[in-house]
Design a protein around this ligand. Structure first.
Ligand code: FES
Ligand SMILES: [Fe+2]
Length: 400
């Protein structure tokens, strides 16, 4: 884990804050407006990005005990993620190898095996086929070759990544490009899940643009975050994964314990790691982690997935807290989490839903990303690169 990198970023930010500058992108980027609503384009993005690259499908704390499993449906793929008795996580497709029935209902549970509700075939916690009802009628069917379809999985930094393509040649480690070592500074393994909820939103890229955009903060969120909040952003990229942070953050945004300290004035070595971790950490293609302070140090982790059509997405919001809150802190955490629901649903996503209607009229040819919106530029360039990349070229795209 490199605290040094965090210190370096903080020093760069301090210099920009002093000079009143940010690092600008080289040029303005224009992307076709239809990239946001064209159905074929959207299907290609799902196929080439969501069904081909590692996705964040959970956090370690959701599955903390042996036998714990979750069964989400992710871009049309039914998945099971479980923790086995050796505490190792597995991911499978939730598809019985007899005739394809779902083994478990969507949701959460705890079990050390999976018995198909259709004809009763049974699989152990590692997905091996261990029982066929009326076995004799299946001749010499090799059980070893008929286990559940196993998906690549990595558990890093208290976060669970799964690749939906079971034949993927892209190691999740390569895809992360060391970004997980930065995220490890949060120590999410030890955090507390306060609450979760799901929000419906606009096109996944419309929504994701918002997570990379600080430019809108004092305008769209003037009534909620206020007009004093900075609209300037620095972007630090590990391939497509980007940290977004304003160089001129309000000192109160870093003051988790309300000590009244202006951390920008401390020698960098004395700044606590948690303060160096503030801002927004995005994980391509669909996660944002933003620090807050409601009820104690906490983050809003948002996991975004495309919905049923180009104009729809779903966001699972997790409110994670560094420490389990007491009664008073609970109230504060609830207030903060409700506030964030309002901000995202009524301000960000409400704006996104109207915006995409405007785009879909076809009257606007392109969308602009200014030199101050470098994060959005990096994001869209990666999306384009990835949808055009052949499977065999993926590994090269994520060379360290
Ligand atoms: S489909 Fe699962 S046992 Fe038949
Ligand atoms: Fe916003």
């Amino acid at each position: 884990m490199s605290r040094k990198q965090l210190e370096e970023m903080a020093m760069i930010n301090r210099q920009h804050a002093e000079d009143g500058t940010i690092k600008l992108a080289n040029k303005i980027l224009q992307i076709p407006a239809s990239d946001y609503y064209d159905r074929n384009r959207w299907l290609t993005e799902i196929k080439k990005i969501f069904q081909r690259l590692p996705l964040v499908l959970g956090i370690s704390k959701e599955l903390k005990n042996p036998g714990d499993y979750k069964a989400p449906e992710v871009v049309g793929m039914p998945v099971i993620i479980n923790r086995n008795s050796q505490r190792k996580l597995n991911a499978f497709l939730n598809i019985c190898q007899h005739k394809g029935a779902a083994l478990v209902e969507t949701g959460y549970g705890n079990s050390n095996h999976f018995r198909c509700p259709y004809h009763g075939w049974a699989y152990n916690e590692n997905g091996d086929l261990i029982g066929i009802s009326d076995n004799d009628n299946f001749g010499n069917l090799d059980k070893e070759c008929n286990g559940l379809i196993k998906l690549p999985l990595e558990e890093r930094a208290g976060i669970i990544w799964v690749t939906l393509d079971h034949k993927s040649k892209l190691p999740i480690d390569n895809f992360l490009l060391g970004y997980d070592r930065m995220l490890a500074h949060f120590n999410f393994e030890d955090w507390y899940i306060f609450d979760t909820r799901t929000l419906k939103g606009p096109n996944w890229k419309v929504a994701y643009d918002g997570y990379l955009d600080l430019y809108h903060l004092p305008v769209l969120h003037s009534e909620t975050f206020g007009t004093e909040i900075s609209n300037k952003a620095m972007f630090y990229a590990w391939g497509p994964h980007q940290r977004v942070i304003s160089p001129s953050r309000l000192s109160s945004q870093d003051d988790f314990e309300g000590k009244g300290i202006d951390y920008n004035k401390l020698p960098i070595k004395e700044v606590p790691t948690e303060v160096l971790m503030t801002g927004v950490w995005t994980i391509f293609p669909h996660v944002s982690i933003a620090s807050f302070n409601g009820g104690g140090r906490s983050v809003l982790l948002s996991q975004l997935l495309p919905g049923e059509n180009p104009e729809e997405s779903y966001t699972v919001q997790y409110y994670l807290m560094e420490k389990e809150p007491d009664k008073e802190q609970r109230e504060e955490a609830k207030k903060q989490f409700d506030f964030l629901k309002y901000v995202v649903k009524e301000e960000d996503y409400a704006t996104g839903l109207k915006l995409q209607k405007g785009l879909k009229t076809g009257k606007m040819k392109s969308v602009l990303f200014g030199r101050n919106e470098g994060g959005g530029q990096v994001f869209h360039n990666w999306v384009n690169r990835l949808i055009n990349a052949k499977d065999k070229d993926l590994v090269n795209l994520f060379k360290k």
